[in-house]
Design a protein around this ligand. Structure first.
Ligand SMILES: [Cu+2]
Length: 417
């Protein structure tokens, strides 16, 4: 048999037919329930187009290794689909159901796009507390390309990682799977399909995940804002228009920014001093403060998939969040009516502040981490054994490949999946 670098679906189909049954493995928590099983893994492709068997440990050639066959040949090896992890006894279960579907979306600004969604853009905002069991039933109604759920930045047992072709098969229309894992990290995260993800995520198969520490008080205003680009549409949260939220002056607010694009995004928060309190889910030991006088000249740059939590005390005037990708989208916090003053948020929306992304300076979190004077230092908590590496990337034909990796001094960035 030829090497299994399959790009040709017909060849893939013939090979799939020859290995009927190979994909039926699955832990008790990850079980396909319907569909065309013999062709399940047809769509489980890596970025290079290779078809990978749904197991990590197998004796046969890539793509041809049958999970059941290889474990029979070597009983010491376990399929990835069985690595479902341990769940805490009696922990609260946060149950969610997501159904992938094709959907025509008309935005607040009147744009119409063909999307793939989990019912809305973004998908449902998932929220849990530390120690909870997060249980998500994912179904695919009619997304022919297939769908999975991957938990961006979140550590889960291997079988729950949602990597089509790596840890599970993609879900075809009519199929469903249940993901179940313990919430062991707090912070701001997101989920997305990992089947042909460049297309699937862009078209709308994404949503946010926030896990809280029940011992830490929740901010009076706590907003998750996922920025996303889909064709001509640029969304801040669920809208490309002005979204107004009321907040009481003097109370605390937390804005959780999530970049769900595969390119960097740039933001400005106008009208208040604020602090960068967390990056990529990790709370900073000391927030990086941005004074009010510098807010209009400070640009926050989020890498692809990155998150940044901003905290501030609600002032007595509006605060505006802007993204470089859209001049129409804005999230505006206005002082809440307290009975004595007329409600600002109802009726006519306030005019949000405008941002100038050409004039501003990007906030350099590393420079602000104690080396620069005049700002509070920050320190990213790191697990023991973290390896710092720098990567350079080369791209062609829309595919990106890590071409080079060299260890660098401690200033290099580090990556989570
Ligand atoms: Cu991701």
């Amino acid at each position: 048999m030829r090497s299994p670098d399959v790009l040709d679906p017909l060849r893939a189909g013939r090979r799939a037919a020859a290995f009927t049954g190979s994909h039926r493995r699955g832990g008790a928590d990850a079980r396909h329930r319907a569909g065309r099983p013999a062709l399940d893994w047809l769509g489980s492709r890596s970025a290079e187009g290779r078809v990978i068997a749904p197991v990590g440990h197998h004796a046969g050639p890539i793509g041809g290794g049958a999970a059941s066959g290889s474990t029979a040949a070597d009983p010491g090896l376990r399929p990835v689909t069985e690595l479902t992890g341990e769940l805490p006894q009696g922990a609260p279960v946060r149950h969610f159901e997501l159904t992938a579907r094709q959907q025509t979306i008309t935005s607040a600004a009147g744009k119409t796009v063909e999307a793939w969604t989990f019912g809305s853009l973004p998908g449902p905002a998932l929220e849990a507390e530390l120690g909870d069991i997060i249980e998500v039933v994912l179904a695919n109604r009619d997304v022919a390309a297939g769908v999975t759920l991957h938990w961006h930045g979140y550590d889960v047992p291997n079988a729950m990682d949602g990597v089509a072709g790596g840890t599970q098969d993609t879900l075809r229309p009519g199929q469903a799977i249940t993901y179940r894992f313990e919430a062991r990290q707090t912070g701001t995260y997101w989920y997305h399909t990992h089947q042909m993800s460049a297309e699937g995520v862009r078209k709308g198969l994404y949503g946010t995940l926030v896990v809280r520490d029940p011992g830490v008080p929740r901010a009076a205003t706590d907003l998750v804002v996922a920025g996303h680009s889909l064709a001509s549409l640029t969304l801040l949260g669920s809208s490309d228009g002005v979204q107004v939220h009321e907040a009481r002056t003097g109370t605390d607010a937390r804005l959780r920014l999530v970049n769900t694009d595969s390119l960097p995004q740039r933001y400005q928060l106008l009208g208040t001093h604020y602090s960068v309190a967390a990056v990529d889910g990790a709370e900073l030991a000391a927030g990086v403060g941005v004074p009010a006088a510098e807010a209009s000249g400070t640009i926050l740059r989020l890498p692809a998939g990155g998150r940044m939590d901003l905290t501030f005390t609600v002032p007595d005037h509006p605060v505006t969040l802007r993204t470089e990708g859209s001049s129409s989208a804005a999230v505006v916090l206005v002082p809440a009516a307290d009975g004595a003053t007329p409600p600002a948020a109802h009726g006519a929306a306030p005019t949000p502040a405008t941002a100038d992304f050409r004039a501003g300076t990007e906030l350099d979190l590393l420079a602000a981490s104690g080396q620069a004077s005049g700002r509070q230092g920050c320190r990213l908590p790191e697990p023991a054994g973290t390896v710092r590496q720098s990567w350079s990337w080369t791209g062609s034909s829309g595919l990106w490949t890590a071409s080079h990796a060299t260890p660098t001094p401690s200033t290099g960035p580090h990556f989570r999946k």
